[in-house]
Each structure stands twice: as structure tokens, then as C-alpha cells.
Design a protein around this ligand. Structure first.
Ligand code: SAH
Length: 403
């Protein structure tokens, strides 16, 4: 079902319902298919003019012929030269990061809607860029060329890799494509954040590699960490490696053996002082392990919980909250007085209020008194667009058990 997207102002117009128009006027950038009144003969992936039911112009948007999100506004104005707009947007996102990112050569360069480039994710890992294209309009060859050339001119990467999410391409009715190099030859490197080094293999790993959105939370967690630490859902060791210099002993737990193998290599990379204890990596189901450990009276001074998203949709909310509560309850029971809990949720559908309420419930059931020291979110290179709540998803709560 390959369709040829149109990459410059196509002259096509999509008209939307009053409900869709008020959504845009409130500052959101999406209009759902159910609010599209007419999009006759508009080719897939076109840049379109959006009008309301009275014919009033509302801006320019990327049109998807298959996604439930039919319209993603890219400018409130008409766009005369789409490639020029893309170049300017890329330059702006890079300038934004130069102003606010510190202590790292790994960060999200472009975060889709939050950087006014809907459907585009670009992460930088030292000298490798990892790019993900999630919408029909940005899949056009001229768009790809414009983006890669602007990124190359400004960031001079050794290579650019594309990471393909086959499910998204299917939903967008785009031809299937393999992940791989799109420029240069280098596929692995070492990147540094907060002084901690990590191996990066562009063609392996989950998401686009590391969890860059936690970068500032790693540094925050390290400030409180002490004693015996447990990093649950540790992946390649993001939290564990940051806690290690501050703790007597650190254990990382994950169900993925490949992730733990990289975690172990990362630990070797950072353990310059051989008097520092080695991190212990355990391959296990976190729910089972926490159940066993809490039942057998294991105690810790620092526990990190960073599970995968439990709520993939609104329907999963109750089950997700039960899952979070079980984990947090068991962790709280295992913390010594003065112990630190760093607990995270990357489910957009679990709001910060839901998450704090779950934590309060868990503390009550565990008969522990908790003091919140920090309620945190995603790192600054994953900006949250205020009127597009979907761009904010990560919660990271640091608290101390007082009894
Ligand atoms: N804390 C990590 C990111 C965690 S992502 C970091 O900062 O880099 C979630 C992790 O949970 C993944 O590595 C995944 O392998 C692991 N995971 C998923 N389900 C699990 C389970 N039931 N038990 C243990 N680990 C699990």
C-alpha cells in the first residue's frame, strides 16, 4: 500500500468540525479522524491547509490517511517552503538544547510534537544520531534528505541510524523498512552522562537505545543514595551505575539477559577504582523477586523502581495502578528507616496525581511514613508542550521513609 507523500505545500485542504477547530484553538496540535469533515482526494502524507466549517484557515498540517490522528498541525501560518521550515525547526531544536543541556553528549535532539516536528524523534549518542520517523508526511524522500542534511551540517555525526517501529509503519500504511544505517558506517560508540559512561550499539537495545529521559533523575537519585541499593528494572544499569559510587553495595534486577550483559560491560567501563564493590546483576522477574526478598526479610537503604509502561491505554489504568502499588508496597516494606525510594512511571495514562495517590496508599498499607523530597519528570531535552499533555509522560518521585 505504498503511497507517495507530497512534501511541499500541496494546495490540498482539509476541513474539520467545530470540535476539531476548538481543539486547535486551545493549543493542541492533533485533530482526530472523527473530526475531519472533508479530506477528499488528499494524498497520504500531504502538507495541507486546515480550515474550519466556515472556511476560516487554522494553519498548515501534516495529513495522515490512516492514523486516528489525521491532522498534526505544523504551523499556524501557511507554509510556502516546507523544506525550509524543516531546516529552521531542526536548527531551533539544536539551539534549544545547546542552551539547556549540561553534562552529557547523549540527549534527545528532536522530540516530535514538543519540538514542532510531529512524528520525528532524533537522539544523539555522542557521535551517532538515531532517528525514528513516525508519520507518513515525514517519510517522504525529500523530507528525509532535508532532515539528514540539516542534522549533519549542524551536529557532524559519524553516522545516522534509522530505528524502525514496524507497528507504527503498519498503522501509517507505510511500506515496511528495516532498521539500519542511513549515513556513515559507525554503529557503536561510548557516550557519557553525568560523568558515567555507557556503551551504545545503535542496532540493538530497546526504544532508541538508552533511556535518555531519566538522565537528570539518575543524578538526582545519586544525591540521596546510600548503603545497600537495589535498582529494579535496571535495563543497562542507568540508575545502578549512578548509585554505585555512593553505595556500599548495589544490585540491579531485570528480566532481560541482553540488557544485563550490557549493564555489566558498562559497570566495567566505570569501575576505575577497584576498591569499589562490583555491582551484582540478577536476571529475574521483578514481581517475583520483590515478593521473595520482602518475605525473607531482605533490607535496603535505597530502592529504585523504574518499570516499563504498565498502562498502554486508558483502559489499562486500574490494572496498571495495581501493578505499581504491588511493587511500591513491597519496596517500602524492605527499606530501612531513613531509606530512599526512587519510584518512576513512564505511563502517560497514569497522571502524577494518580501516581502519588497510589504511593500514599502503598505507604499506608506498608505502615511506613514517607516524606516526598522530589517530584520529578522527564529530562529537559524531552520538553513538555503545555497544551499537548501527551508530550509529558514520565514521573519520578524521590521520597524518604522516616520510620
Ligand atoms: N531503569 C532503566 C530503564 C528501565 S526500562 C534505565 O534507566 O535505563 C524497563 C525495563 O524493565 C526493561 O529493561 C525490561 O527488560 C524490564 N522488565 C520488563 N518487565 C520486567 C519484569 N517483569 N521483571 C524484570 N524486568 C522487567
Amino acid at each position: 500500500m505504498a503511497r507517495k507523500p507530497v512534501a511541499s505545500d500541496s494546495g490540498f485542504t482539509v476541513s474539520i468540525s467545530p470540535r476539531g477547530a476548538s481543539r486547535l484553538k486551545e493549543g493542541h496540535v492533533w485533530v482526530y479522524r472523527s473530526d475531519v469533515v472533508s479530506a477528499e482526494s488528499v494524498p497520504a502524507g500531504s502538507l495541507v491547509s486546515v480550515i474550519d466549517h466556515r472556511g476560516q484557515p487554522l494553519g498548515s498540517a501534516l495529513y495522515s490517511s490512516s492514523s486516528q490522528i489525521a491532522i498534526r498541525l505544523i504551523s499556524p501560518e501557511p507554509v510556502a517552503d516546507f523544506p525550509a521550515l524543516l531546516r529552521q525547526r531542526v536548527a531551533d531544536t539544536i539551539a534549544y538544547r545547546e542552551a539547556i543541556i549540561r553534562d552529557t553528549d547523549a540527549y534527545r535532539v528532536i522530540f516530535s510534537e514538543a519540538d514542532f516536528l510531529p512524528g520525528l524523534i532524533v537522539d544523539r549518542y555522542n557521535d551517532i544520531l538515531s532517528m525514528q520517523i513516525l508519520t507518513q508526511a515525514l517519510d517522504a524522500e525529500i523530507v528525509r534528505q532535508t532532515l539528514t542534511s540539516e542534522l549533519t551540517e549542524r551536529l557532524h555525526p559519524a553516522s545516522i541510524v534509522e530505528r524502525v517501529d514496524p507497528r507504527v509503519r503498519q498503522l501509517e500504511e507505510l511500506p515496511s523498512r528495516a532498521s539500519g544505517l542511513i549515513q556513515g558506517e559507525k554503529t557503536s560508540t561510548i557516550f557519557t552522562m553525568n560523568g558515567v559512561q555507557f556503551h551504545f550499539d545503535a542496532l540493538e537495545g530497546q526504544k532508541t537505545g538508552a533511556f535518555l529521559d531519566q538522565r537528570e533523575n539518575y543524578a538526582a537519585a545519586a544525591q540521596y543514595a546510600h548503603g545497600d541499593a537495589l535498582d529494579v528494572f535496571c535495563y543497562q544499569g542507568g540508575f545502578a551505575l549512578h548509585l554505585a559510587p555512593r553505595c556500599a553495595h548495589v544490585t540491579g534486577v531485570d528480566s532481560s539477559r541482553p540488557a544485563l550483559e550490557v549493564a555489566d560491560q558498562n559497570a566495567a567501563l566505570n569501575r576505575r577504582d577497584k576498591s569499589q564493590p562490583e555491582i551484582e546483576w540478577i536476571e529475574a522477574n521483578a514481581f517475583d523477586l520483590l515478593k521473595d526478598y520482602s518475605a525473607s526479610g531482605q533490607r535496603y537503604d535505597t530502592i529504585v523502581l523504574d518499570p516499563p509502561a504498565f498502562a498502554k491505554s486508558k483502559r489499562d489504568l486500574d490494572a496498571a495502578l495495581r501493578g505499581y502499588k504491588e511493587l511500591n508496597l513491597r519496596a517500602l516494606k524492605m527499606l530501612r528507616p531513613g531509606g530512599v525510594l526512587v519510584t518512576c512511571s513512564c505511563s502517560y495514562h497514569v497522571s502524577q496525581d494518580d501516581f502519588l495517590e497510589m504511593l500514599a496508599d502503598a505507604a499506608r498499607d506498608a505502615r511506613r511514613t514517607l516524606r516526598l523530597t522530589e517530584v520529578r519528570g522527564q529530562a529537559k531535552d524531552h520538553p513538555i508542550l503545555l497544551n499537548v499533555p501527551e508530550t509529558g509522560y514520565l514521573k519520578c518521585v524521590v521520597s524518604i521513609v522516616s520510620n
